[in-house]
Write a protein of this length. Structure first.
Ligand code: DGL
Length: 268
């Protein structure tokens, strides 16, 4: 079946974190139908090998593609960093990851040509941001550091907690010495830590939320392909997960910013 403007946008992530991207999408494109898949049974992807993430990404994409979607958004930074080509190979519709939009926004923002990147271990080891930034502007220097403990801390809801402040200072101290003026929050969970991370840099650094930048790119792509949903009715948001872990709804609603509604468990 051919996708039409009223077909949903498919979004997937390793787990719940991608709901921050759904939140950005629904703000920018409030009438689009969305199908979300979160691989909550196998999360986290951040510490796993690229080979495993690539296998999982192919399965996640295949599930979404069975829903007659018009576009795929890879909300997971780790998947976007190491497996975007896998998803592109599986899809007959446009595929948008979160690395390119975040990197492009950072390149546009940096005046000192010094950009920081934080993300999961997998994302940072991939050098994906540095590779894209080099293509956009070879005069930009990239300083990257993994912050793996941010993921469980955010899921615990410790977004202003003293322990999180301490860990953030520890992780980010080397970046504070590098005179960066722009920092890419290269993980689905990190936008929830924006105020705390901003504090570590005395609010002297521009923080880039790749989810927001990705939503802008999705809008531009839909317009270019004349695939924007013309309906102004309330959109249909469907949420599929591979497991419903404890506290899923509570955590999910914190990421999404509103009620989740019905969640359906599926096996891949
Ligand atoms: N969604 C992942 C990302 O943005 C974070 C969680 C995980 O490690 O799976 O990289």
């Amino acid at each position: 079946m051919k996708a039409t403007p009223s077909s949903p946008i498919g979004v997937f992530d390793s787990g719940i974190g991608g709901l921050t991207v759904v939140r950005a999408l629904t703000r920018r494109l409030p009438h689009e139908n969305i199908v979300y898949f979160g691989d909550t049974a196998r999360v986290p992807y951040g510490p796993k090998s690229s080979q495993t993430v690539r296998e999982y990404a192919a399965q996640d994409a295949d599930f979404l593609l069975s829903k007659n979607i018009k576009l795929v958004v890879v909300a997971c930074n780790t998947v976007s960093a190491v497996a975007l080509d896998v998803v592109q190979k599986h899809a007959q519709v446009p595929v948008i990851g979160v690395i390119q939009p975040g990197a492009a926004a950072a390149a546009a923002s940096t005046v000192k040509r010094r950009v920081g990147v934080i993300g999961t271990t997998g994302t940072i080891l991939s050098n994906a941001h540095a590779n894209i930034l080099r293509l956009i502007d070879p005069t930009i220097t990239v300083f990257a550091t993994p912050c793996p403990l941010f993921v469980p801390l955010v899921e615990e809801g410790w977004i202003e907690h003293k322990a999180t402040q301490l860990i953030a200072r520890e992780y980010l101290f080397p970046l504070t010495l590098e005179k960066i003026d722009t920092l890419i929050l290269g993980c689905t969970h990190y936008p929830l830590l924006m105020p705390l991370i901003g504090d570590v840099f005395h609010n002297n650094v521009t923080l880039i939320d790749p989810g927001e930048e990705t939503a802008n790119e999705v809008e531009a792509t839909l317009d270019a392909l004349k695939l924007r949903n013309p309906s102004t009715a309330r959109p249909n948001l469907q949420f599929f997960v591979s497991d419903i872990p404890h506290k899923f709804t509570e955590i999910g609603e914190r990421f999404l910013g509103h009620k989740l509604g019905r969640i359906q468990k599926v096996s891949l």
